[in-house]
Ligand binder design. Sequence first.
Ligand SMILES: Cc1ncc(COP(=O)(O)O)c(C=O)c1O
Length: 458
Amino acid sequence: MIFEATMPGVIQIRTEIPGPKSRALLARRAAAVPRGVPAVTPIAVAHAEGAVVTDADGNRLIDFGGGIGVVNTGHRHPGVVEAVRAQLDRFAHVCFPVSTYEPYVELAERLNRLTPGTHDKRTFLVNSGAEAVENAVKVARAFTGRSAIVCFEHGFHGRTNLAMALTSKVMPYKKGFGPFAPEVYRIPYPYCYRCERAPLPAGRCCMADRDHLERLFAATVDPESVAAIVMELELGEGGFVPAPAEYVQMLAAFAREHGILFVADEIQTGFGRTGTMFACEHYGLTPDIITTAKSLAGGLPLAAVTGRADVMEAAQPGGLGGTYGGNPLACSAALAVLDAMERERIPERARWAGERVGAQFRRWAESTWCIGDVRGLGAMIGMELVADPVSRAPDKELTGRLLAGALRRGLILLSAGTYGNVIRVLAPLTTEDAVLDEGLAVMGEALMEAVAGSRQRL
Ligand SMILES: Cc1ncc(COP(=O)(O)O)c(C=O)c1O
């Protein structure tokens, strides 16, 4: 079925989605690439600009997925394109551990200044989020001489062995892939909507209780053997759940008292997404180490580990780095991203976009029974879909129908959550107002259709 756009806008649907050319490439993909690498949408991309993706069949779609939070500055930001081209004309690779180049050093300097805290810091660069998290743990262990790491239920930190161990969601990330790295201890995330403890008034957290934390560690791991706590301040993959401020502050104080380092995983929350450059700023938190990736380099693969100088200097020469880490093209892209963040006031723009999206989600929640919770910091907004508002049973099927309906109408949308029932918005933060509204209108139509489908099933 081909959907006609209900109003003139950027979406242009020429064929059913996926069209014949997308289907043909996906068939080749299935024969050449293992199924373990997911294909979240069945479209083949020919071009992407700003918040608009054109597929191989000439359909124009709005992108609310942003390459899973990678293009906060939009696809092909002109500054990024220009910086990468200029760097390519100079050199593409020499290997930073072999020969030093300025874009790497300048990026490290800027991240040291930009990340929370005015203390002396150091940064080194790697290729992916998982690699950044693994390296943060290496550094924390080297500095503290301790081995245990504390992480959270519903957390996601990547697909390498240690990152998998730190990740909570079994399907699809862990099933069949063990044994996992040892000395990893998991504690509950302050996920208020699904909290099983006695509820407190809105804005308060029942887990922000020192005795509760002491008991939790007493039953889990000796705090004196813990090198680091690794935390997403708003769960990304785990369902866009922001931690309450009082919980984070209490946990940070507990960590400090026990000589435990606080590692903030800002791979998804970073670079303006939450309405501040980093989510830490919402909490007044100065982490010992912060990991960043995704929107750092506007689409090029790059990740960073930034931390207290004394902590970061604990690893011996040769213990950190790699062949490609801090590739010059990616560093040049990242410098252009940071310029754009400042010049175009992207975090501010995220606050505004988040209010608009959140207000729309709340309006839908008032008129439909299936939206159990609307939440998030800045533009990192999600809505949790449930089969029944009383039992709060997650509705993954409804979520899938909403995503499929949105795609048929020309909107790329992603889900999240341990139970696969959260709709998350990761649209570029540079998305024009009219395009954001057009995307929301399409999402609204798809939601109503998906809800009508649920009623028919009853
Ligand atoms: C919070 C967080 N940490 C780590 C990762 C892993 O990043 P990558 O996929 O680049 O390895 C992700 C990816 O989604 C993430 O959201």
